[in-house]
Design a protein around this ligand. Structure first.
Ligand code: GLU
Length: 383
């Protein structure tokens, strides 16, 4: 009695696996600093929690429309217009159980067996596995060694007769890269000419620094772009599981059909909380951004002062992608040693398709980052 090849060939999510390991070590009494999973440490803002409590008390505890409630879709459409300059009707939006679910559903709606989906490195850990599960073939694209950005020339070279689309992520996880409008324009020209779909993962859009601006590629090629976003990162709502997809009506209808047969609606209570998040005061988001910015600068400086480590200042998201090439250890070995010897958990660059780096999440408090910095310094010294 075997499980399917598909299941057998699916690697577990490394970010979640390392984080689970941290919890286990903490339960054993070890003082582990967890810089692995990308999860804001802030509490969900009170007005969002209140909206959820009110939804429960009002009895909004039943099935909703499988693709999400109209009021939430209207709120998302308004947000996309006002924040991103994107015009969508509510029926061009489907709400799912987290942005991860939105991406997977989009891939299910787009991929036929053997279709290739381009994924620039470094990439978020789940993209390749999700493409495979959806029946497609992930094609990993090398990026510029210095900027880690995809160039139109490299994109053009990678397109084959089987290429169905590309997954773009800006602001990006794990290196905090933000593509400028000009850079997106260069990519958009190739994407348009080759007739590809773009799945544009924009979950970190509100966390950009130093005057950088998030631009959605959908403003340039709206008919070919599937926009993915959610409330997890922006409003520190990771456990509530609300993500959404906006795009071409046929793709959205296909996703809605898939969702109606698989998960049904995302949690009704979370949907009401998401309305409060998206339509409510946005000062809470700015407060988180300001705090992330402080941590980003502190930790980049701290790591750059450790002999053998170097990292570029990320422009967005809440990760540092730290170069460890001078240490002559693989990213897995170095991460394992950090956990074992220094009790600091990070994610090896290999999990993001890029050796020679480790990812450090700074979505944790400054005192924790200070402690981690000291421990990493000691660990590197004693290698
Ligand atoms: N996206 C976050 C990360 O990269 C959350 C964990 C996950 O779903 O992978 O750490």
């Amino acid at each position: 009695m075997n499980i399917s090849k598909k299941a057998e060939n699916t690697a577990p999510s490394e970010t979640l696996a390392i984080s689970a390991k941290c919890k286990e070590l903490k339960n054993q009494g070890l003082d582990v600093v967890n810089l692995s999973v990308g999860e804001p440490d802030f509490d969900t803002p009170q007005h969002i929690k209140d909206a959820a409590i009110s939804a429960i008390n009002k009895g909004f505890t039943k099935y909703t429309d499988a693709s999400g409630i109209l009021e939430l879709k209207e709120a998302i459409a308004k947000k996309l217009l006002e924040d991103n300059g994107l015009k969508y009707e509510p029926q061009q939006i489907v709400v799912s159980s987290g942005a991860k679910h939105s991406i997977y559903n989009s891939l299910l709606a787009l991929c036929d067996p053997g279709d290739e989906v381009l994924i620039p490195t470094p990439y978020w850990v789940s993209y390749c596995e999700m493409v495979k599960l959806a029946g497609g073939i992930p094609v990993v694209l090398p990026t510029d060694e210095d900027t880690l950005k995809l160039t139109p020339q490299d994109l053009e070279k990678a397109v084959s007769s089987k290429t169905k689309g590309i997954i773009l992520n800006s602001p990006q996880n794990p290196a905090g890269i933000v593509y400028s409008e000009d850079e997106l324009l260069g990519l958009a020209v190739v994407i348009k000419e080759k007739g590809l779909w773009v799945i544009s993962d924009e979950v970190y859009e509100r966390f950009v620094y130093d005057g950088n601006k998030h631009i959605s590629i959908a403003t340039l090629i709206p008919d070919q772009t599937i926009v993915i976003n959610g409330t997890s990162k922006t409003y520190s709502m990771t456990g509530w599981r609300i993500g959404y997809t906006a795009g071409n009506i046929n793709v959205i209808k296909a996703i809605s059909r898939i969702q109606s047969q698989t998960t049904s609606n995302p949690c009704s209570i979370s949907q009401y909380a998401a309305i409060a998040a998206i339509t409510g005061q946005q000062e809470c988001v700015n407060e988180m951004r300001v705090e992330f910015d402080k941590r980003r600068r502190f930790m980049a400086d701290r790591l750059n002062n450790i002999h053998g480590l170097s990292c570029k200042m990320p422009e967005g998201a809440f990760y540092l992608f730290c170069n460890i090439k001078a240490l002559s250890l693989s990213s897995e070995e170095f991460s394992a040693r950090l956990l074992e010897k220094a009790q600091v958990a990070v994610v090896p660059g290999k999990a993001f398709g890029t050796e020679g780096f480790i990812r450090i999440s700074y979505a944790t408090s400054l005192p924790c980052l200070e402690k981690a910095g000291d421990r990493i310094q000691e660990a590197v010294k004693s290698l």
